[in-house]
Design a protein around this ligand. Structure first.
Ligand SMILES: NC(=O)c1ccc[n+]([C@@H]2O[C@H](COP(=O)([O-])OP(=O)(O)OC[C@H]3O[C@@H](n4cnc5c(N)ncnc54)[C@H](OP(=O)(O)O)[C@@H]3O)[C@@H](O)[C@H]2O)c1
Length: 242
């Protein structure tokens, strides 16, 4: 079950956090995985060293031209996981033009151009899996994450719009929407016991999730067993969005 032998996957933002666990579980199931990050090749190499059968690749998704360079390294792939994102925490009217653009470019524009770039190869093979990583903020209203929520909701709409177009070619596209998960992104914030308690109080399960809680949902959607799921979403949030 969930055997990915012979498949090639690209997981954006897999140098740490949720992306790292997704890359690890796909590799464990037999896929060759490209481990990608933006900051430095060294960071990508260090993450890749911890994942057998993986290849490090650096791509800055704020530079759309980087996607062509990325494709030259990876060639066609079978599984595309769009996990990298930028999250600015600001009140709704405090965003600069650059901050607005960065958040939308990384979270929405790059998703579109990555799908566009890699879908052709999947269409030719008659098999493909695309998973976007959304957020509980598609649903919940957080005073400092309004634009981030907008970007994730836009990405979900992309999933719903593209699913019927890609389905006849054996390609599924789905979204996994995590709630509060313990990753480097949240580390500083969750050190504050009062903030941590406030977050936990919003989660029916009562605790903050681990990246390992998110990865299996992505694996299901990337597998042959998940072939009949498309245009859908799996919330992995301990009930936080309810
Ligand atoms: N953690 C949560 O509570 C939570 C909740 C809901 C949704 N999510 C979503 O889950 C996904 C992973 O979150 P996370 O908490 O694991 O994130 P994270 O710890 O902040 O890691 C972000 C990853 O994205 C990469 N990245 C950042 N900017 C990039 C850019 N411009 N181009 C390419 N890659 C870039 C980073 O690579 P480098 O550092 O190497 O540059 C890193 O690997 C995101 O889509 C996030 O929105 C997270």
């Amino acid at each position: 079950m969930f055997d990915l032998t012979g498949k090639t996957a690209l997981v954006t933002g897999s140098t740490q956090g949720i992306g790292f666990e997704i890359a690890s579980i796909l590799a464990k199931q037999g896929a060759k995985v490209f481990v990608a990050g933006a900051k430095s090749m060294e960071k990508c190499i260090n993450a890749s060293k911890k994942i057998p059968n993986s290849i490090p690749v650096r791509v800055d998704l704020l530079q759309i031209d980087d996607i062509d360079r990325l494709y030259e390294v990876t060639g066609d792939i079978d599984i595309l996981v769009l996990n990298a994102s930028i999250q600015y925490k600001k009140t709704w009217n405090a965003f600069s033009v650059k901050e607005f653009d960065d958040q939308m470019n990384c979270n929405v524009k790059s998703s579109y151009f990555l799908i566009k770039k890699y879908a052709t190869g999947m269409i030719n093979k008659g098999w493909g899996r695309i998973v976007t990583i959304g957020s509980v903020n598609q649903y919940n209203q957080h005073p400092q994450l309004s634009l981030y929520g907008v970007s994730k909701a836009a990405q979900m709409k992309m999933v719903e719009n593209f699913a019927p177009i890609l389905a006849p070619f054996g390609i599924t596209i789905n979204n996994v929407a995590p709630g509060a998960i313990n990753t480097p992104r949240n580390k500083e914030c969750l050190k504050d016991a009062a903030i941590k308690k406030k977050v936990e109080d919003c989660i029916p399960c009562g605790y903050i999730g681990d990246p390992k809680d998110v990865a299996p949902a992505v694996l299901l959607l990337c597998s042959n067993e998940g072939r009949y799921i498309t245009g859908a979403e799996i919330k992995v949030d301990g009930g936080m969005s309810l």
